[in-house]
Design a protein around this ligand. Structure first.
Ligand SMILES: Cc1cc2nc3c(=O)[nH]c(=O)nc-3n(C[C@H](O)[C@H](O)[C@H](O)COP(=O)(O)OP(=O)(O)OC[C@H]3O[C@@H](n4cnc5c(N)ncnc54)[C@H](O)[C@@H]3O)c2cc1C
Ligand SMILES: *[C@@H]1O[C@H](CO)[C@@H](O)[C@H](O)[C@H]1NC(C)=O
Ligand SMILES: *[C@@H]1O[C@H](CO)[C@@H](O)[C@H](O)[C@H]1NC(C)=O
Ligand SMILES: *[C@@H]1O[C@H](CO)[C@@H](O)[C@H](O)[C@H]1NC(C)=O
Ligand SMILES: *[C@@H]1O[C@H](CO)[C@@H](O)[C@H](O)[C@H]1NC(C)=O
Ligand SMILES: *[C@@H]1O[C@H](CO)[C@@H](O)[C@H](O)[C@H]1NC(C)=O
Ligand SMILES: *[C@@H]1O[C@H](CO)[C@@H](O)[C@H](O)[C@H]1NC(C)=O
Ligand SMILES: *[C@@H]1O[C@H](CO)[C@@H](O)[C@H](O)[C@H]1NC(C)=O
Ligand SMILES: *[C@@H]1O[C@H](CO)[C@@H](O)[C@H](O)[C@H]1NC(C)=O
Ligand SMILES: *[C@@H]1O[C@H](CO)[C@@H](O)[C@H](O)[C@H]1NC(C)=O
Ligand SMILES: *[C@@H]1O[C@H](CO)[C@@H](O)[C@H](O)[C@H]1NC(C)=O
Ligand SMILES: *[C@@H]1O[C@H](CO)[C@@H](O)[C@H](O)[C@H]1NC(C)=O
Ligand SMILES: CC(=O)N[C@H]1CO[C@H](CO)[C@@H](O)[C@@H]1O
Length: 489
């Protein structure tokens, strides 16, 4: 595809607000591109490779961290030299996911979980939840298979995103039921534990979450691939290797450790002032289009001067606070996975496991020598909290494990030493049914392309790498068509 008409657009970029003064930038600090991609995580990296390498479009990526990869987090244990992927763990084959690994010569192999003994303890005390027994594997698989039977028919309104999602009374009414009611009606309560472990859905109580939002979290592709075991991981390599290789390819067009401080957008293009951590001088990016990939919260978009309509649509999302960490915990023997469940969780109430404002799992890091006591931690809350707050709760939870003697003979050393800690705070669709019927999905999707701004990322599709890449592939042709359409959108 050759975008000859783009050249004619370059000179016509105008700004609506006059706060960026181009004359203040040295010529070498002005970068002119077709597309400025904000964020170099799963979707931003994928979009950059596709646009530059396959779609003949020049790009620049602005990423605030010192690496590409986003939620992919790899910790290399200095003692054993073994990598622990404590963020993204495994991949769906959905769409062309596997091909993207092949493209970067990253060999893949089927994902297998390391065998661990699961222990379910109470969020209030850290002691074994004696009234809870996990559903049998058969019960879980049966429930998930039924979930697939019930939801497969919604592929055309949810995949690869919500472009065709209906409004008003055309929204299937069962999707607007609270999941607790839906699950009881169809006898699939036993799916709740696996839904929460895999997708982290339902912090504060999964029963209250609309079935539609559980489908966004545990959708058709992940359900199918879970049932037929087609998930994969890079063979003998960490998950970061893919992004390291993508960075090597893209490096001349990637600006790391940088943020947009001022963004001016019009129908004809964007101007972005970039401030880098490692430089006092600012850069100016002039691009015909912007592709915004971080969570599109009003806060994240603040530098871009949102319009009233943009603010109205984007302020309807709900925050979620989640943290992934690696820690040394002498009190827990290797080989265990510890799940902190709400006291509501009982033998006949799988749906109650998340009736608590926070959730925590501590699982043995695979392949690491057992005497190292290294664990992967996932912690999430339904309220805003800092890294220090999160660490405090996790630390108290581990102390509670030792105080209550859950692992009797190993309970003397109650310390927890965090060796890696990342937040994955984001926003979620949690708008009530009335707002869905009133057309909030359409209002949000109508923002695509406005003011030269396109969006991709976890909020726009189901939040797995494969889904996010497939959704990105549905945005890019629209973005490119808009480049040809003389900036009229
Ligand atoms: C703990 C955890 C485990 C997961 N496990 C899996 C899994 O096993 N398999 C799977 O398929 N999916 C998994 N996911 C989901 C997967 O991580 C997401 O689907 C995917 O990362 C979404 O891609 P994204 O581009 O939207 O976001 P991200 O990958 O988070 O990328 C966003 C990027 O934008 C950058 N950024 C943010 N704000 C700015 C800014 N203002 N300026 C510049 N840059 C900015 C961030 O630093 C980041 O690099 C997991 C998620 C979490 C949190
Ligand atoms: C650690 O492992 C990597 C590959 O996984 C290897 O390249 C490197 O040499 C190893 N380092 C040490 C100190 O063993
Ligand atoms: C799913 O539906 C198919 C036919 O539509 C049926 O054969 C199968 O038994 C159903 N499975 C479950 C778990 O309900
Ligand atoms: C989705 O498919 C169903 C049939 O399974 C059909 O009734 C519905 O109109 C389709 N919706 C869209 C948006 O294509
Ligand atoms: C968080 O979860 C708790 C426990 O389920 C619940 O009482 C509370 O209302 C939730 N808060 C929010 C903001 O959803
Ligand atoms: C798993 O199921 C999906 C969807 O039906 C299919 O595309 C995929 O090929 C299957 N994979 C395997 C390994 O059977
Ligand atoms: C990964 O390593 C194992 C054992 O070290 C080896 O048998 C296997 O062939 C390797 N796989 C790939 C794809 O490199
Ligand atoms: C800052 O360093 C990163 C590498 O970490 C590099 O990509 C970026 O271009 C640098 N920025 C400036 C302004 O030098
Ligand atoms: C803002 O939203 C209103 C109501 O949905 C709509 O009528 C109007 O055209 C929108 N304005 C812009 C600039 O998109
Ligand atoms: C630890 O136990 C105490 C006493 O039972 C309880 O009040 C507290 O909420 C628990 N905290 C955590 C984080 O588990
Ligand atoms: C708690 O449960 C685990 C796993 O079933 C078991 O090994 C441990 O002995 C139990 N602890 C107590 C104090 O009962
Ligand atoms: C407890 O374990 C930590 C390692 O996580 C170690 O540094 C510390 O010395 C231990 N304390 C005791 C009293 O054994
Ligand atoms: C109850 C239990 O798991 N005890 C373990 C304590 O730690 C030692 C050494 O790591 C193990 O051998 C025990 O099995």
């Amino acid at each position: 595809m050759v975008l000859i008409c783009l050249l004619t657009l370059a000179a016509t970029v105008t700004s609506t607000i006059a706060s960026i003064n181009e004359a203040e930038f040295a010529p070498e600090d002005i970068i002119t591109k077709d597309v400025a991609i904000i964020g170099g995580g799963a979707s931003g990296t994928y979009a950059a490779v596709r646009l530059r390498e396959d779609l003949n479009t020049n790009i620049v990526v602005i990423e605030e961290k010192d690496r590409l990869g986003g939620h992919v987090n790899t910790y290399v244990d200095p003692i054993s030299n073994i990598s622990i992927d404590y963020g993204v763990e495994a991949y769906l084959r959905y769409g062309d996911t596997a091909a993207f690994f092949t493209r970067f010569h990253v060999p893949i192999t089927p994902y297998t979980q390391s065998p661990q003994t699961s222990v379910y303890v109470s969020t209030t005390s850290g002691s074994n939840l004696t009234s809870y027994t996990a559903p049998s594997l058969e019960a879980q698989i049966g429930a998930i298979a039924t979930w697939l039977n019930l939801t497969e028919k919604y592929a055309n309104i949810t995949l690869p995103g919500l472009w065709n999602f209906p409004a008003g009374s055309n929204i299937p009414s069962e999707l607007l039921l609270p999941f607790g009611e839906f699950a009881q009606r169809h006898g699939i309560e036993a799916a709740a534990p696996i839904f929460t472990v895999v997708s982290n859905v339902g912090i504060g109580g999964i029963e209250k979450v609309l079935t539609l939002y559980v489908l966004f979290a545990f959708g058709i592709p992940v359900t199918q691939e879970f049932l037929n075991s087609s998930l994969f991981v890079p063979a003998n390599l960490s998950n970061s290797v893919l992004y390291d290789r993508a960075y090597n390819l893209l490096r001349d067009d990637v600006i790391l450790q940088s943020r947009v401080t001022i963004g001016e957008r019009s129908a004809n293009g964007v101007k972005l002032v970039i401030q880098s951590k490692n430089s006092t001088s600012k850069k100016l990016i002039k691009a015909k289009r912007m592709l915004f990939t971080p969570p599109p919260s009003v806060r994240n978009l603040e530098p871009f001067g949102l319009t009233g309509n943009e603010t109205a649509a984007l302020s309807t999302f709900t925050g979620t606070w989640s943290f992934a960490a690696v820690a040394r915990i002498p009190a827990i023997p290797a080989g265990y996975s510890v799940y902190f469940y709400a006291p509501d969780a009982t033998l006949d109430n799988y749906l109650g496991i998340r009736d608590w404002p926070w959730t925590l799992s501590i699982t043995t890091a695979p392949k690491i020598p057992p005497e190292e006591h290294l664990f992967e931690i996932l912690f999430a809350a339904n309220y805003s909290l800092s890294h220090a707050d999160a660490k405090r709760i996790i630390t108290t939870a581990v102390q509670n494990l030792t105080i209550s003697g859950t692992f009797a003979s190993n309970s003397t050393n109650a310390t927890i030493d965090f060796v890696a800690f990342q937040d994955h705070n984001s926003i979620l669709w949690r708008q009530p049914a009335s707002e869905l019927r009133a057309g909030i999905v359409q209002d949000v999707y109508a923002l695509q392309g406005q003011h030269s701004t396109w969006y991709t990322g976890g909020l726009w599709s189901e939040d797995y790498t494969g889904n996010v890449w497939a959704f990105t592939d549905s945005v890019l042709p629209r973005l490119i068509a808009s480049l040809h359409s003389n900036g009229t959108r």
